[in-house]
Each structure stands twice: as structure tokens, then as C-alpha cells.
Design a protein around this ligand. Structure first.
Ligand code: PAF
Length: 285
């Protein structure tokens, strides 16, 4: 039986009971519009912990003015059905007043990694993400936090926050789930029109091109040029925001593969009309 709670107090009460029995808690924070990617995170949580908590909260503070907060898909009925199917124990559905009571004035800022790429294009976005995830984790106190690799920079930001604030939680990162031609599943895919949908696999194709070129011995610049050319051949209407090869933790661009000494990630973002899509691929160099 899945229990749905709306307030921090109810959530704490439910979880105090779980904790008193010595059971571990898995937490999957979401903004709803759930898809197979979320489902796979829930399954990981079910495998790795005793009780799974999922939150659905379209967090206003991570959307800048003029972004897609209002048109972000809200599909609570089908979301609840998925979570029931997956036998999630607890669904947390706070509203904005519960998360940010009147007078709320604090934000969690992780510096460095938040200033680049998504952070540069969406100022304030990662402050919103870090703050809401901090608040949610403060209430849930999970044993393991489950995040999707699709949002690689978000993962880097939240890992940094957990480490710096010494939060007693482990993080499991779930693999990106893709559609047949490689498009990474995202709640925003629902906002793509037919033309954009038909071009959207350009992101994955470009990532694959870069990865292949790196394996064939290209340096980062040459590999990126090939990836951009691939993207532009497929997505004649889409506009590339960036394609880069970065250090997986700091998101600093990698100018050369010599002495990187750390895992690297190919990252890409593009606009299709008013919808932005992001994707990434980790590579071993
Ligand atoms: O990835 C998301 O859906 C959101 O950024 C998150 C982690 C739920 C915070 O609002």
C-alpha cells in the first residue's frame, strides 16, 4: 500500500516509525511527469533499500523568469499509478507553501561547478536544485539518494553539496534510459512537436560520434568538431547550446586527454523551439 503525505510533519511521523524498526530509506526526488527513467531509479531504490520515498514537487526556485515552469507537465494521476505499480511505500507531495513557508530566505549555493554550462545558461537554477534537495533530504533523512545520470551536472552539484555539508547519505546514480533511436528520456520530451521529435536523436548521435572519435585517437577539439557536424546534419532546425568534453566532477572543459587523471563526460545541450534538451555520455580515456 502506498501512502501519500503532503506535509513535512506527516512525512516525519511515517519515517520515524520506519527508522524505529531499523529499516533503510531510499529517496527518489522528482518533479513528476514520471517516465521509465524515474521508474528505473525507483527499482534501484527498491533493490538497495527497505523503504522507498518518492517526492513530486515542481520546484519553482529552479526555474528562472521566462522558463517553462508554467508549462512543465503535471501528470499526477499517471505518476501515482506508476509509483503504485512499483510498490513505492511513501509519496511526498508538498506544495510550495510547505517547502517555502512565508519569509523563507535561505538558499544553498555550491560554487564552481554551478557556474558553467547549465548554470551559466540558467542562472540560479542550481541554487534552486541544491536548496530543494537539501530541504527534502532534511525531512526524509534517506540512507541512499537516487539521481539520474541524464542530469550529469545536477549529479555533480549534489555530490559536491553532500560532501561539503557532510550529509550522512550515500548517492546512487542510475543510468540514462533511452528511446529506440537514443533520445534520453526526459519529462520535457512531452513538450517537443513532431519536427523536433524527429530531429532530437541528433543529441545522442553527436555524443556517439564524439565518443567514437576519442576512441580512435582524436584530441578533444577534433572530436567535438565531428560531433557538432553530426548534430547539424541531423538537426536542421535544432540549435546547439554547447557540446563539450568536461571533467565529470568539476565540469571544467578538458583541453587535452593527457594527464586528465579523472573520468570525463561528453555533455550536450540543444534547443528545439522553446524546449531545451540535455544529454551526456561518460567516457574512459
Ligand atoms: O531532477 C529533477 O527532477 C529535479 O531537479 C529535482 C532533483 C527533483 C529537484 O527539484
Amino acid at each position: 500500500m502506498m501512502k501519500t503525505v503532503h506535509s513535512n510533519a506527516e512525512l516525519r511521523e511515517e519515517l520515524a516509525f520506519v527508522r524505529s524498526q531499523g529499516r533503510t530509506i531510499g529517496f527518489v526526488p522528482t518533479m513528476g511527469a514520471l517516465h521509465e527513467g524515474h521508474r528505473s531509479l525507483v527499482r534501484l531504490s527498491k533493490q538497495q533499500t527497505d523503504v522507498t520515498v518518492v517526492s513530486i514537487f515542481v520546484n519553482p526556485t529552479q526555474f528562472a523568469q521566462g522558463e517553462d515552469f508554467d508549462r512543465y507537465p503535471r501528470t499526477l494521476e499517471s505518476d501515482a499509478k506508476i509509483l503504485l505499480e512499483e510498490k513505492v511505500e511513501l509519496l511526498f507531495l508538498p506544495d510550495a507553501a510547505e517547502m517555502y513557508p512565508k519569509g523563507f530566505a535561505t538558499s544553498v549555493h555550491v560554487s564552481g561547478v554551478t557556474e558553467l554550462y547549465e548554470g551559466a545558461i540558467r542562472p540560479g537554477h542550481f541554487d534552486g536544485v541544491a536548496t530543494v534537495v537539501y530541504l527534502l533530504m532534511h525531512e526524509v533523512e534517506p540512507t541512499i539518494l537516487f539521481l539520474g545520470q541524464k542530469d550529469a551536472q545536477q549529479v555533480a552539484v549534489l555530490k559536491r553539496m553532500v560532501q561539503d555539508l557532510r550529509l550522512p547519505v550515500m548517492i546512487t546514480v542510475g543510468e540514462t534510459v533511452r528511446e529506440g533511436r537514443g533520445l534520453a528520456l526526459s519529462s520535457r520530451n512531452r513538450m517537443l512537436d513532431e519536427e523536433a521529435l524527429s530531429e532530437s536523436d541528433a543529441l545522442y548521435a553527436a555524443l556517439q560520434t564524439v565518443r567514437n572519435r576519442v576512441f580512435l585517437g582524436d584530441d578533444p577539439e577534433a572530436a567535438k568538431r565531428a560531433g557538432i557536424a553530426k548534430f547539424e546534419r541531423i538537426a536542421t532546425h535544432g540549435k546547439l547550446d554547447y557540446l563539450d568534453i568536461v571533467h565529470s566532477e568539476t565540469f571544467q572543459s578538458v583541453p587535452s586527454f593527457e594527464r586528465v587523471g579523472a573520468p570525463v563526460t561528453i555533455i550536450i545541450a540543444a534547443r528545439f523551439g522553446s524546449t531545451r534538451l540535455i544529454d551526456n555520455m561518460k567516457i574512459d580515456t
